[in-house]
Design a protein around this ligand. Structure first.
Ligand SMILES: Nc1ncnc2c1ncn2[C@@H]1O[C@H](COP(=O)(O)OP(=O)(O)OP(=O)(O)O)[C@@H](O)[C@H]1O
Ligand SMILES: [Mg+2]
Length: 363
């Protein structure tokens, strides 16, 4: 038996979003190892995202019926919502091989030319983090997507010549967490764009039941609901919390995951009932207790919690804002009424932050 968390031999490299964060949405080393086993392999098995699933189903079915290669697909959405999973499903549904690469891996147009020219007919090319591709590679991709052709440049300077190269029809599946950063000419060349949304709690419960079945864990409906509610709308986080609750259930209980076991386990890991972790709560706590709910400047708030400005802004705030607990205003950060009640605190009367904006404009 290998206690997976305590191994000091395989340290995971630091990630931009707070390293080793239990509720972080990026994949850590352990996620990468287990995710392959938990990935749904057909559209029917893929939970939620009804609209994207239905539209994609039509695109793929129609292509199959025509005996053609499917149109290029762009998948956008936050980390951990299922973009990579869906790209593999597209290949499986089309009965096609898949080639996986990513924007940062393609430094030069030549790298892309090498990949494109070795594609088989009908192959799916998955280009992760497509917004991070270099400019010259991007321009080569335009032509490849549209005309299934690339110009390979041979030689340098005035003597350089472009040798046109025909490509077999292929399906490009691009994934991005930052659709806004894609240049319009690239965006326009996709026949279908799927925007992945955060998941409802009921959908995450289905993800959890499915994962529990694959991991041979016993979980009841309430246990799944308890974990789903703390998973920030993200399947990757749900699966990760499930593994931590499983550890607790095995060590401290009889292995069965019930509401009580899930709640006690996640208390140990400091993930609260809304999915806030220690950092999120520290930020809210400082905002409420030290600054009476704000408004307070980001730097001041960061110093108060002993963190870097960037950490507060990029790691803690996005979820607090999404949850309606904190708002960013031109005067600084303010707490919403929901923040006070979530931390079980009573807003002081007549203070600016107490009722959101109220008081800001008073005499
Ligand atoms: N709709 C879903 N149904 C079931 N499981 C899902 C679903 N979406 C995602 N998952 C699970 O969440 C994990 C993370 O999904 P995936 O790797 O596809 O996310 P991603 O959007 O590619 O994230 P990133 O932006 O970090 O690359 C998968 O291993 C899978 O087990
Ligand atoms: Mg991915």
């Amino acid at each position: 038996m290998n206690p997976d968390d305590t191994s000091s031999e395989t340290p995971t490299p630091p990630r931009p979003d707070a390293a080793e964060r239990l509720v972080g949405a990026s994949a850590d080393g352990e996620d990468q190892a287990v995710e392959a086993a938990l990935r749904p392999t057909s559209l029917g098995e893929f939970v939620g995202q009804e609209r994207v699933r239905e539209q994609l189903d039509l695109v793929l079915k129609a292509a199959r019926a025509r005996g053609a290669t499917a149109d290029h697909v762009l998948l956008s959405g936050a980390p951990g919502l299922g973009k990579t999973t869906l790209s593999m499903i597209i290949a499986a549904e089309m009965n096609a091989p898949i080639r996986i690469t990513s924007g940062p891996a393609i430094q030069h147009a030549g790298d892309l030319a090498a990949i494109l020219s070795s594609l088989q007919e009908g192959e799916v090319l998955f280009l992760d983090e497509i917004h991070r591709m270099s400019r010259p590679a991007e321009e080569m991709l335009y032509m490849a997507m549209e005309d299934f052709r690339v110009d390979v440049i041979v030689g340098k300077g005035p003597g350089a010549t472009a040798i046109p190269l025909e490509l077999p029809p292929f399906t490009l599946v691009g994934a991005t967490t930052r659709a806004g950063l894609l240049p319009p000419p690239l965006r326009d060349r996709f026949g279908f764009t799927g925007h992945m949304e955060f998941y409802e709690s009921a959908e995450l419960e289905r993800v959890l039941h499915r994962s529990a079945r694959l991991l041979e864990l016993e979980i009841d409906a309430e246990g799944a609901a308890e974990i789903a509610g703390r998973s920030r709308g993200t399947p990757r986080i749900a699966n990760r919390l499930l593994r931590r609750v499983r550890d607790y259930a095995q060590v401290k209980a009889d292995g069965r995951i019930t509401r009580e076991v899930a709640a006690m386990a996640l208390k140990v890991y400091e993930v609260d009932s809304r999915g806030l972790d220690r950092l999120d709560r520290a930020v809210l706590h400082a905002l409420l207790k030290l600054f009476a709910g704000g408004p307070v400047g980001l730097s001041t708030l960061a110093v108060a919690v002993g963190e870097e400005r960037e950490t507060v802004e990029e790691v803690a705030e996005p979820f607090l804002v999404r949850e309606g607990l904190l708002a960013r205003t031109p005067r600084g950060r303010i707490a919403t009424p929901a923040a006070w009640s979530h931390l079980g605190l009573v807003p002081p009367p007549q203070t600016p932050g107490a009722g959101g904006q109220q008081g800001l404009f008073g005499a």
